[in-house]
Design a protein around this ligand. Structure first.
Ligand code: SF4
Length: 985
């Protein structure tokens, strides 16, 4: 949609006096957390610019960041606590005071805690305070906690943390200064937005580099790639295996790196049918063993004085056989089923091209090796005079993650990196602190017991290392409401938010009393099966009570979810509150060193709203939760969230912020709380950062100086080397359980699924939905991409960003469309096994011919987000989630698994299969399904049709205002009390 100035050339004052004051803080228009400077005049936010001193963005600001002004002035901002008065979904509420709201929440939550804390399901969305919310859940005593990672990225996180000691996502980055070849998988505009743009700028500004993007859709980063590989969705794993096949065949692998830093030489017992089959050979002290090729003996892999063998078959003293993990891996991937010729058709990329990419990677890694003259000492005290680099880097995100085979595909990418010796070396992929950590990092998930008025012994989310760590009843029934950490999804380290509402409605594995959610738009774009989810939220028992008895929801905006809650706790915008972007959570570190940051309130709320974090601490104190209430019942943090950020210690000396700790503010990482800490952050532009020394900068998994520092900072428990896992013994333990070994075994019906998917080496299998349905009936893949100018659902309330996109189209390859007689602007039905949705078409060439796609979450429900009834978002824009099922087709006994990765529980929303059909002429013009409009909230801001923001900035010249238009019609709305000029419709 366009942007149309409607006035003639204007006499614009290009340097108006914009602000009287400038405050620094941290952007929250996406997950990147760039530093910003907010210009203020009176009680108005006038202008936002990037902070040039900030380590994340170095002054770069994207369209979203500068449009934060309109997010702050959004017509969708909630105004006051709300109590439901009509039926759920009607949107009928009355305003109440905070005292009443908090007393109600305390009553509902207190009764639940006194009975059975696990009857509270506490799930948050894209917030950035999970170290607080997870801690709160643990103190409440509920195991039923998670954020939205199970919907978003857990395949990336888990695959990395179980194999490479860190993950892509936002916890690592290519060595932008030195890399020569970047292979990017499934990345549109992800969690690392501005840093990737800055990095790509550096990479493309250097001669002799190449950027290859593997993505079914050529938008965003793929649009500037030197080579675009328009792969068929869900086949990336096969592509990676074929690269590995070629590298192994050519022996273009880093033998030294594999031997020294991975578990490639560890001996794996080959004893089919026995309880130890596939486990590592260990000595009496539990050290894994390898075979020393020089000494010709079995020796501990922790002995640095070894020359480990990577291949061969060995007989153990007791007669058992064993082979190095690498040997198993090479046998598997050298099989011709992974040859380029075998996979080319399936992935949609020619065998010759696969061979060429493999050769290019090998050439750059081994013929263009980097040597930095930086001396360093390894974990065993061996001095190295150089840092050797393999300048091939990789990055991956949702295109890999959101498939039901995504965990194994991401592991395959990490194995490819290990074979090349390109993890945390000059020119390769670099960990950001606090990573690397041991594989997996621990701790294990807490929540085996749910005891009245009793906290959990640990945090609800963690990393199982074997069947004994699952949260299941003796008969194998899941203990968590989302079924995370059950035999169905054993390594679901981010929980399974997408199944909470379905399971709570069904009472499977049990009903709950209270659903408490924050920033989670579950009745729209954060759920699969939108209409089903709405039914689950509104369905009643025979006695007229709701199946999900109580729903408390906190958000700053009138999202689609608001209408389905009983009690609304209105949050502030990101410019009105304190926040800690903490190393305990999702920090802003770079590969160059640790960093964290804060948000400070740059402006006071003009509504009766409170920051959710303040409310959570208040509720914690009211409920008497340990750590939040003192023995006399008074709050531990009477100063609210700022008090908590300053004074809370998770472990002695470790708090939410790492900078300026200690009474004098002279310690970093660990130290006593510093009462002046927040001011020190503000004085420094709201961030703290440190740089590693050159000798700490690479090979961190084995680097003595780095490991010591990592332990000092509290990132790892012991300063011991971190060994990367090409072969996962943890996975094999689950597999052995499925084969009938050990005390903890899966129910019979799940044995086959576990045995197949818990392969200790990465595997590829067809995405589960694709396997389940007839490919002739549903021949196309359907996926979404996140636009650069919006962050999921957040942008469609934003007057400026809506001018860029107010209606999402369905993009189709022009050849595919031509075959079906579909032209640009046609209206079509997109039909999946689950339902159908109507949309308008845009043709393009840069998309895989078997794939259709759209921008994510532009389509909105009528009445939500403060949008006018005629808004393009709710009349022409559409939501693909309507036709994605949260369940797979029934297995033989009728049970339906979640539509998720069977290892991690990651929602598989990119597995969607569809067909398309042209609409009848009479059906054109409006999207379907179009759900009824949500009623306006009490005292909702008035709608404004034409926005004249900034017209009053140039008062002396009395310039004519500039008129802008959104979508087909001008229809922006703003709060009645805002200071921006606007016209009512
Ligand atoms: S990339 Fe994200 S955090 Fe950075 S300026 Fe843009 S919206 Fe803000």
């Amino acid at each position: 949609m366009g942007f149309f100035p409607t006035s003639k050339q204007e006499d614009i004052d290009t340097s108006p006096h914009v602000s009287d004051e400038v405050k620094t803080t941290t952007c929250y228009m996406c997950a990147c957390r760039c530093g910003i400077k907010v210009h203020l005049r009176g009680d108005q936010i006038r202008y936002i610019e990037g902070n040039p001193d900030h380590p994340v963005n170095k002054g770069v600001l994207c369209a979203k960041g500068s449009a934060g002004i309109m997010q702050h002035n959004s017509p969708a901002r909630l105004q006051k606590p709300l109590l439901r008065t009509g039926e759920r979904g009607s949107g009928e509420f009355k305003e109440i005071e905070w005292d009443e709201a908090l007393e109600l929440a305390e009553d509902w939550l207190g009764k639940t805690r006194a009975k059975d804390p696990s009857k509270l399901a506490f799930f948050t969305g894209r917030d950035q305070s999970q170290s607080l919310t997870g801690w709160w859940a643990a103190k409440f005593g509920t195991r039923n906690f998670a954020a939205h990672g199970g919907f978003c990225s857990v395949n990336m996180a888990a695959a990395g943390l179980y194999s490479a000691g860190g993950s892509f996502w936002e916890f690592g980055e290519p060595d932008w200064d030195l890399t020569k070849y970047l292979l990017m998988f499934g990345v549109a505009e992800d969690h690392d937005s501005n840093p990737i743009k800055i990095g790509l700028g550096k990479l493309k500004g250097r001669k002799g580099t190449k950027f290859v993007s593997v993505n079914p859709v050529r938008t965003g980063y793929s649009g500037i790639a030197d080579e675009w590989i328009g792969i068929r969705p869900g086949t990336d794993g096969l592509f990676v295996f074929s690269l590995i096949h070629e590298l192994l065949k050519a022996e273009k692998i880093d033998w030294h790196y594999l031997s020294r830093y991975t578990n490639a030489p560890w001996l794996v017992i080959q004893d089919p049918g026995a309880a130890d089959d596939g486990l590592f050979v260990r000595d009496a002290e539990d050290n894994p063993l390898c075979y020393d090729a020089d000494k010709k003996i079995l020796i501990s892999t922790n002995n640095p004085d070894t020359t480990p063998s990577l291949a061969g078959k060995y007989t153990l003293p007791d007669g058992r056989k064993a082979v190095p993990a690498f040997h198993l891996m090479a046998e598997r991937y050298l099989d011709t089923q992974y040859s380029p010729d075998a996979v080319a058709d399936q992935i949609g990329y020619s065998a010759d091209n696969i061979r060429r990419i493999a050769a290019e990677i090998a050439h750059v890694a081994f013929e263009e090796q980097i040597e930095l003259d930086v001396a360093w000492t390894d974990w065993a005290g061996r001095k190295q005079d150089k840092m050797i680099g393999r300048p091939v880097s990789m990055h991956a995100m949702r295109g890999i993650s959101a498939h039901s085979n995504g965990f194994h595909t991401c592991r395959a990418i990490h194995v490819l990196q290990m074979l090349l010796g390109s993890i945390d070396v000059p020119g390769g992929f670099r960990h950001k602190p606090p990573f690397p950590r041991p594989c997996p990092p621990g701790p294990k998930p807490a929540g085996h017991d749910s005891i009245a008025n009793t906290p959990l012994p640990g945090m609800p989310l963690g990393f199982p290392t074997g069947p004994e760590d699952l949260l299941v009843e003796p008969d194998g029934t899941p203990k968590r409401i989302d079924k995370a950490y059950s035999w169905e999804y054993p390594l679901s380290s981010h929980g399974m938010m997408h199944m909470v509402i379905h399971n709570a409605w069904k009472g499977d594995p049990y009903p709950i009393d209270v659903l408490f959610m924050y920033m989670a738009n579950m009745s729209w774009n954060s759920s699969m099966n939108v209409q089903g989810t709405i039914k689950y939220l509104t369905d009643k028992n025979d006695d007229g009570s709701y199946k999900i008895p109580k729903i408390i929801y906190s958000d700053a905006y009138n999202s689609e979810m608001v209408a389905y809650a009983d009690l609304i706790l209105p949050d502030t915008t990101y410019l009105e509150r304190w926040d800690a972007i903490s190393l305990l959570d999702r920090p802003i570190c770079s590969a160059h060193g640790p960093a964290d940051s804060i948000r400070q309130p740059v402006i006071k709320p003009d509504r009766d709203v409170r920051a959710f974090q303040e409310v959570l601490l208040d509720l914690g104190a009211r409920l008497g939760l340990p750590g939040m209430a003192n023995e006399d019942g008074s709050p531990t943090y009477p100063g609210g969230y700022a008090d908590y950020i300053t004074n809370h210690e998770r472990t002695p000396g470790v708090g939410p912020l790492a900078g300026w700790r200690g009474k004098e503010g002279d310690q970093n990482g660990k130290g006593d709380p510093n009462p002046d800490q927040l001011q020190r952050y503000i004085d420094n532009g709201c961030f703290w950062s440190e740089e590693f020394t050159p000798e700490q900068s690479y090979y961190k998994f084995a680097n003595r100086s780095y490991l010591d520092r990592s332990q000092e900072m509290g990132w790892i428990p012991k300063a011991e080397r971190i060994v990367m896992h090409i072969y996962s013994e943890h996975m094999q333990k689950f597999r052995l359980a499925a084969q009938g070994h050990g005390k903890n075994q899966p129910p019979d019906v799940l044995r086959g699924r576990i045995e197949e998917t818990f392969d200790p080496l990465p595997i590829w299998y067809m995405p589960l939905e694709e396997k389940a349905y007839d490919g002739n009936e549903y021949p196309l893949h359907a996926i979404t991409q996140r636009p650069m100018h919006m962050y999921h659902s957040w942008g469609s309330q934003n007057a400026w960003l809506r001018q860029i996109t107010a209606q999402n189209r369905l993009f189709i390859n022009e050849v595919t469309a031509q075959k079906q007689g579909i032209s640009d602007d046609d209206w079509i039905w997109v039909i999946s096994p689950h339902g159908k949705v109507k949309t308008q078409v845009k043709l393009m060439s840069g998309v895989n011919p078997h794939t259709i796609w759209t921008w994510n979450a532009i389509g909105k429900r009528k009445g939500a987000w403060g949008l006018d009834d005629k808004a393009p978002e709710s009349n022409k824009g559409f939501l693909l989630n309507h036709i994605i099922s949260e369940l797979l087709p029934p297995r033989e006994d009728g049970y339906r698994y979640s539509n998720s990765d069977p290892v991690t529980g990651q929602a598989a929303w990119y597995d969607l299969r569809v067909r398309i059909e042209k609409c009848d002429a009479l059906e054109e013009g409006l999207t379907e399904p179009m759900l009824g409009a949500v009623a306006a909230l009490p005292n909702a801001p008035e709608q404004i049709a034409v926005l004249r923001y900034g017209a009053d900035f140039s008062e002396p010249k009395k310039l004519p205002p500039q008129t802008t238009k959104v979508g087909d019609k001008a229809q922006t709305s703003l709060p009645a009390n805002n200071k921006l000029l606007g016209e009512k419709p």
